[in-house]
Design a binder for this molecule. Structure first.
Ligand code: COA
Length: 206
């Protein structure tokens, strides 16, 4: 699968020595990348059927849904591009897209009072610690830059790789719940170390 270059103008949210985390935009390169990433067997096995039949569907998602989340959250929530830096000081334009990382937060009663992180890495790039590195950077960004009172991680209870990443990022296993944010589907719930034992404080049910 070809790896398209990111648009040089995509604003960077935060960076690590190996990665840039930047905003996605409805460009042909980002649309093609997102379509390819979210149609891999890794994605569909873990997250269910892809929302995209073709890159045009990804363009529509980036143009409508994601831009709306960016706008209403002052570009501090949403789904972001993960790019691998060829060397520790490489700018975004020299980096290669390898995945996405999300920091999502609805508004009560549908959403919760702190955001949750989620990630997806190309199969060819997985197993190298990129999701863990990006997750740690995103948690740091949420806590220090946004001042959130915690961070959640939700995933399918059978998704052992994702559960391992959430643990390595510093989130604790808080059991399984049927989450309204996921249409009532039973999900594994992880919460940042130090968050209240009673997750009802954050609007989480049950
Ligand atoms: C889950 C995903 C993001 C992980 O990305 P990654 O960059 O490979 O993750 P990392 O390399 O940082 O860490 C993977 C960890 O999982 C472990 N792992 C791999 N397969 C595993 C399995 N079957 N069971 C348990 N742990 C497993 C690895 O050994 C590693 O842990 P370690 O460092 O202690 O050895 C990636 O596989 C993916 O995109 N999956 C599809 C989408 C998805 O499931 N997203 C999560 C929904 S929130």
């Amino acid at each position: 699968m070809p790896t398209p270059a990111p648009t040089p103008t995509s604003p960077i949210l935060t960076s690590t020595p190996r990665l840039h985390i930047s905003l996605l935009s409805p460009t042909p390169t980002h649309s093609a990348f997102l379509h390819d990433l979210w149609t891999t067997p890794d994605f569909t096995t873990s997250c269910g059927p892809s929302p995209f039949k073709n890159p045009d569907d990804a363009t529509a998602f980036l143009t409508n849904r994601l831009q709306s989340i960016y706008t209403t959250s002052n570009h501090q929530r949403g789904i972001f591009l993960l790019s691998r830096r060829p060397h520790p000081t490489a700018p975004l334009v020299e980096s290669v897209p390898i995945g996405t990382i999300s920091l999502m937060q609805g508004t009560p009663p549908d959403g919760y009072r702190v955001p949750d992180i989620g990630f997806c890495v190309l199969p060819a790039e997985s197993g190298r610690g990129y999701a863990t590195e990006a997750g740690r950077a995103m948690v740091e960004y949420a806590c220090t830059e946004l001042g959130t009172a915690g961070v959640f991680g939700f995933c399918d209870v059978e998704n052992a790789r994702s559960r391992r990443v959430l643990e390595k990022v510093g989130l604790e296993d808080r059991g399984e719940r049927a989450l309204r944010a996921f249409g009532g589907r039973r999900s594994a719930v992880y919460a940042l170390s130090g968050m209240a034992a009673d997750l009802g404080v954050y609007g989480v049910e049950g």
